[in-house]
Design a protein around this ligand. Structure first.
Ligand code: ATP
Length: 237
């Protein structure tokens, strides 16, 4: 379980998070909803140890507040960043291999066939494109690759930063089915999503972030019927 207490994060003099409390219970999917600049990415970066922050971040009762990205990955928290950031000049297979570095050390030998097979079973398109360069993939396939690379890191918690960004609605629908499948495998998910309706539909719990603070939180189903959210985030049903 991930437990965050009183998290503050800073970019120089800018305070991007102002006392955030958040929990991701084991096996659950939680989402963070909020407008541009609310601090969603900063929250994931704080957990991954990529921005200056204070407060308390506990992972299965272990204090990882001051852990760097390598240690956080090794503990089983894998961050799939906004914008996918796959390696364009590497093949699909090589991109997936990179994902094993967090637990396998240097890419040295082929002891990750099982993980590769799991990713290819989940995303058959990646199997078909195995030897293609990442730059030649469609946006949806690149996002699958980014998530697949994350899965290669053997996550217990997968953090996804706006996987739907820039994708057509049908592709987003397909992708979110896969995210639900991943969660059903027992992997906890912390998902950032601007499309509040979609996020509430797939997740168990939701946190609404506004200007660095949690404005509402609760079970997603209950929040999707909450009039305060409907007027501010969901439009009229
Ligand atoms: P988006 O949906 O646009 O990605 P977000 O909710 O993820 O938004 P963050 O990217 O976390 O928001 O940004 C939170 C605040 O921190 C914003 O005011 C942003 O301008 C600021 N910020 C983010 N990155 C930096 C940076 N590298 N340097 C200075 N300020 C930053």
């Amino acid at each position: 379980m991930l437990k965050i207490r009183n998290l503050h994060a800073y970019y120089g003099a800018i305070e991007a998070l102002k006392g955030v409390d958040l929990e991701v219970p084991d096996g659950k999917m939680c989402c963070i909803i909020g407008a541009n600049g609310a601090g969603k990415t900063t929250l994931l970066k704080s957990i991954s140890g990529m921005v200056r922050h204070s407060g308390e971040i506990l992972w299965n009762d272990q204090d990882i507040t001051k852990a760097g990205p390598g240690k956080v990955n090794k503990a089983g928290i894998i961050h799939v960043p906004e914008g996918r950031l796959t390696f364009p000049g590497l093949t699909v297979y090589q991109n997936l291999e990179v994902g094993t570095i967090s637990w396998h050390g240097f890419i040295s030998n082929k002891k990750y066939d099982k993980e590769i097979e799991e990713v290819f079973t989940l995303f058959p398109k990646l199997r078909e494109r195995r030897d293609q360069m990442a730059w030649s993939l469609s946006g949806g396939e690149q996002q699958m690759l980014a998530i697949g690379r994350g899965l290669m890191g053997r996550p217990k918690l997968l953090m996804l930063d706006e996987p739907s960004m820039g994708l057509a609605p049908l592709i987003v629908e397909e992708l979110f089915k896969k995210i639900v499948e991943i969660n059903k495998l027992g992997i906890s998910v912390l998902l950032i999503e601007q499309n509040a309706r979609l996020a509430l539909k797939v997740s168990d719990y939701a946190y609404i972030l506004e200007q660095g603070q949690i404005k509402f939180h609760g079970e997603s189903q209950a929040l999707s019927n909450d009039p305060r959210l409907i007027s501010a985030y969901l439009g009229s049903f």
